[in-house]
Design a protein around this ligand. Sequence first.
Ligand code: UD1
Ligand code: UDP
Length: 379
Amino acid sequence: MKNIITVVGARPQFIKASAVSRAIRDHFSTKLNDTIVHTGQHYDQNMSEVFFSEMEIPPPAINLNSGSGNHGKQTGMMLQGLEDIFIEKNPDLVVVYGDTNSTLAAALAAAKLHIPVAHIEAGLRSFNKKMPEEINRIVSDHSSTLLFAPTLEAIKNLKSEGISHSTCEKFSSDNPGVFHCGDVMYDNSLYFAKRVGKKHAPEDLAGQAFYLSTIHRDFNTDNPVVLGEILMALSEVADNEKKLIVIPLHPRTRAKLDAIPAEISAIIMANERIRIIPPASYLEMIWLEKNAEMIFTDSGGVQKEAFFFRKPLIILREETEWVEIAEAGAARLAGADRQRIRKAARDFVVAPPTHFPPLYGDGNAAETICSEICSFLNI
Ligand code: UD1
Ligand code: UDP
């Protein structure tokens, strides 16, 4: 039996970790003893606890309660707390997910203690270093010993930065193992979609036709004019297409609503086709995605889920890490531009996407990852 530590902190990480947790529980429980450490980056009940209970993730053994703050303060608190835990527990491997400040802190703390890091969702790039996530991804990938890339594009990105699968007998951060393993979020979508039904419809949405939107990126929320532009675009789409738009709102965005220009705020609040609701649980979100007719988002995870459920996707960004979705014709980049968002929606109403190739594996990414971790740990 080997001891591993999984570090999570933000909503998408609880979701991704649930797939690996399930694989350990069902297939690797005699080999891997996993301790979950929560950095406390997300802390509201509907941003954290709900995922542990709903997705059957073992409760975190430790919560660092790092909370919100500027990047340096938040990451610094996590780094300090995680270093203490890693020194005390001396795990055989640390598992990190995605690209948040929790990912960065865990990868740095572990790598400097010479504890091997397994990065799940390695190799994603936006090629925009103004995104905090891009810095987090690059540093995490370059500190990792096992890199689990969900797509061929991710493998290509790593290669162009000099990271490719080593032929050495023992992987290390200088000679890493790079694996094209599929996407754990696809595993989850397959697993949970079967368990989702009408009872997971938030509010009275069952039976209604609607579009779905999520917005939380700093570049879309922190400037009130940009956020106002996106909400106006959604309001206009709702009116043009005569469709309800449901927006489960991230707390970051909720906190910025008061700052948007008053005339836009008045229009949004008066539009009965715009329905802002609290953050959804994962099962509610899967229900919303399965039943939505179109999805507008700046979220990484929601982009992929839109594709898994074969929905037309409008990306509220200028670039995406999931380029293969746009290349397949299932997504359009529209930024925060009112006209482009409206046009993309109209185009998809007229000609919905039809091509959804199998880009994200076969639903067994988590098992593949656990298997490679066991091989690396010689068990
Ligand atoms: C973080 C990640 C982002 C990811 C997102 C997933 C970084 C740099 N960003 O962004 O990559 O896409 O999580 O959702 O790590 N807040 C609450 N309650 C909470 C959590 C947050 O009110 O439970 C509010 C606070 O005002 C906080 C703000 O949201 O300041 C931002 O939270 P933070 O975790 O810093 O960044 P996210 O925008 O959530
Ligand atoms: N999600 C959720 N409830 C919501 C919004 C998103 O459960 O109200 C899920 C979504 O289905 C996906 C994940 O959260 O699995 C994506 O996380 P998020 O958008 O917060 O972050 P990102 O993927 O952009 O890092």
